[in-house]
Design a protein around this ligand. Sequence first.
Ligand code: MTE
Ligand code: MO
Length: 321
Amino acid sequence: MLLRTKKRWELPESVATDEATYLNRREWLKTAGFTGLGLAASGLLSKANAAPITGFPAAQNSAYQLDRAMTDEMDAVTYTNFYEFGSSKNIWRKAKALNTDPWMVTIDGMVDNPMEIDAADLVKKLGNMEERLYRHRCVETWAMAVPWTGVAMAELVKLASPKPGAKYLRMETFLDTDVAPGQKQSWYPWPYIEGLTIDEAMNELAFIGTGLYGKPLENQNGAPIRLVVPWKYGFKSIKSIVRFTFTDERPVSFWEELAPKEYGFWANVHPGHNHPRWSQANERMLGTNEMRRTEVFNGYAEQVQYLYQDMPNFNGRDLFY
Ligand SMILES: Nc1nc2c(c(=O)[nH]1)N[C@H]1C(S)=C(S)[C@@H](COP(=O)(O)O)O[C@H]1N2
Ligand SMILES: [Mo]
């Protein structure tokens, strides 16, 4: 298991790099005629190369339009769910403690192209960022409509190149109890985990969010990279991702582990399948408190229905929790 704490990046390269890699590189440098000074310089260089994600604001993709007013930016950035920083919606100040640059991301599991890469370099490899206007629906019934910046998740799947047996993409949030007080609450199964089928991850709507309202993501919204899957309840859209693992086993998500009957793997939005403890018929828009009817697949049935229509339980409850 790789270390994912901030401290890793404060260590000299000789300590942070595992010993075998360090020795191999030293051998190579010797062969190539470099001195100890050269080695130190290369360590400094890799640290200096860390840089934030750039390219804001990105051009808007007009294929994704809203049927309602956009949520006010102040509401979307001050009313958030990020249990790592506490169970209240008002954690945006606490989330400032998270250091998101540099931010190492691991892509591993059943892939031809595993890697460990800084988030900004990863996003660059995935192509040009774009802006998309999406609805967002929390399972708790609040909703918003916001402009995300990011890149298609399908690009990450292509880059990783999953092996034929891989069926699922498992995603993991950082784990650092020094900066995230919620992670000291040991009754939660940290780190936060979420998952999609690879078919879902390849769907045109599945998005790696890097920004909101034309700017890099605020920490409280999941900086530096998060998932955005607008046809599913909000908890599927995992924030501040450090690891993407391709696997043949269906991942058990954070909330599923806590309450499998209430927050299951599929979690597709549907007005006709109530949560065990409340109705899902309506939703409340953040900021305005406007009430609207909940839409099937949150209004994205046209884009995603093919993923589920042949499943034997399509009309049952399973696909919605
Ligand atoms: N790591 C992590 N990701 C998370 C959460 C969380 O607590 N931790 N909350 C989820 C829930 S319940 C919702 S509704 C959305 C909220 O995203 P927003 O706060 O940016 O609106 O993030 C999701 N992603
Ligand atoms: Mo949520």
